[in-house]
Design a protein around this ligand. Structure first.
Ligand code: HEM
Length: 427
């Protein structure tokens, strides 16, 4: 596959990470369906226009299960945990796995969590304020103290993972998700996963699952273990090891599910809260509007999702048949990256897309994807966003950025678009 040489020449890895929209805008305008070397190291066809991205997200000619692309590939237990979760599977496996957890994430079930999310938010903001007060200059990293801690605390509680282990997760996932070194020179050479972090996480889950097997609790992990062990009531799973294929969960799938829910549950929402706060600080008139009228919060969260794009793009798919998009035909067997962040800034769909406008029509934005893999946790992320922005603006009327915006750095990740830190003054 050839690379888009002009974009390679003009965009270093760092330029891509620091301002991916500039890179995507250029592609969207010049070559909306293009084979490129992504600065994260992977190679894929990039699709950057709204209509194309949204249509492709729901197109069954784009598949996920890596075993279809690499027949004969048999991942080990640790590799399976990272690769064979529902987000990387196709029907019917995807349908079966999603159904097992769907009920825990419906808007109704999630709205019952609001009081607890508010409680966690208040405690975290109080702690953040105390740290700022002690710091001498009143500056605190809002990402570290608040934006990261809120979603991870919530998802850990839902799953039944001890909150004290949060920092370990953060370390492991950032080692696992950040690109390391330069892209491989040889197209067939896969990027190696950082072994230590992968094994540490796998061993942690092994101990956790054993402990929950011995003393189940009222949490999602215990419910999943009971489905795995054949005693689950989820979706009428019935009892006995011979549960039907509609109910089954293998041991490997159990690990992969816990990995996916945990990582998807916090690596994204941290970015919504931190980048969303930065966006509000960058557009003070919009922030003032929201402060004056908190009923705008749900709409504001949608616009902040569209504008900030916690994920640069959807996770990788590949063609299982020739796929025409616009005037290009992507041949079967090719990796495809659907650039949701570019779609959300496509002027053909959202007028004046680089302006934050909390009351614009955001319907159809693709920050949560579209089609069968549409974000399972969207109701939870929306709730956390509403509570977080609402509390921040009410509690800290003088909230301000503590460094010039140009000093802020974005994490070197191709998939996740998130700040490294967000130094603010609360008062
Ligand atoms: C602002 C926060 C979030 C954003 C922007 C986001 C975004 C996304 C996107 C774009 C996808 C689809 C990816 C693709 O098609 O390749 C997705 C899938 C998924 N998300 Fe989220 N997500 C967020 C929060 C959450 C939370 C809190 C959870 C909680 C567990 C979660 C769990 C999942 C799961 C399990 C999937 C896979 C669904 C499937 O394959 O059917 N996400 N998310």
């Amino acid at each position: 596959m050839s690379a888009v040489t002009d974009s390679k020449r003009q965009f270093s890895r760092d330029e891509y990470f620091q301002d991916p929209q500039r890179y995507f805008t250029r592609l969207r305008e010049k070559r909306p369906v293009a084979p490129v070397d992504l600065p994260g190291g992977s190679r894929a066809w990039l699709v950057t226009r709204y209509e194309d991205v949204r249509a492709a997200l729901a197109d069954p000619r784009l598949a996920k299960d890596p075993r279809k692309l690499y027949p004969g590939w048999e991942p080990g237990r640790v590799e399976s945990m990272f690769n064979l979760h529902m987000l990387n599977l196709d029907p019917p496996d995807h349908t079966r796995l999603r159904r097992l957890v769907q009920k825990a994430f419906t808007p109704g079930r999630v709205s019952a969590l609001r009081p607890r999310v508010e409680e966690i938010t208040t405690a975290l903001l109080d702690a953040t304020e105390a740290i700022a007060a002690k710091s001498g200059d009143g500056i605190v990293d809002l990402l570290d103290q608040f934006a990261f801690r809120l979603p991870i605390t919530v998802i850990c509680e839902l799953l039944g993972v001890p909150a004290r282990d949060q920092d370990d997760f953060r370390e492991w996932t950032s080692a696992l998700l950040s690109p390391v070194g330069e892209p491989p020179a040889d197209a067939d050479q896969e990027r190696e996963m950082p072994r230590d972090a992968a094994h540490a996480m796998f061993d942690y889950f092994t101990r956790l699952i054993e402990a929950k097997r011995e003393s189940p609790a009222d949490d999602l992990l215990s419910a999943l273990i009971s489905v795995r062990d054949g005693a689950g009531q989820e979706n009428g799973a019935g009892s006995g090891k011979a549960a039907g294929p509609g109910d089954a969960l293998t041991e490997g799938e159990l690990y992969a599910m816990v990995f996916l829910l945990l990582v998807a549950g916090f690596e994204t929402t941290v970015n919504l809260i931190a980048s969303g706060t930065l966006a509000l600080l960058t557009f003070p008139d919009e922030m003032a509007r929201l402060r004056a009228d908190p009923s705008l919060l749900p709409a504001a969260v949608e616009e902040l999702l569209r504008y900030t794009n916690p994920l640069n793009h959807a996770t990788e798919r590949f063609t299982v048949a020739d796929l025409p998009i616009g005037d290009v035909v992507i041949p079967a067997g090719e990796p495809v990256t659907l650039v949701t962040s570019s779609a959300n800034r496509d002027p053909g769909r959202f007028g004046n897309p680089d302006q934050l406008d909390l009351t614009r029509d955001t319907s159809g934005h693709v920050a949560f994807g579209h089609g069968i893999h549409y974000c399972l946790g969207a109701p939870l992320a929306r709730l956390e966003g509403e509570v977080a922005f609402g509390a921040l603006l009410t509690q800290f009327p003088a909230l301000s950025l503590a460094v010039p915006p140009a000093q802020l750095r974005w994490r070197p990740s191709s998939l996740f678009h998130g700040l490294e830190s967000l130094p603010v003054r609360l008062r």
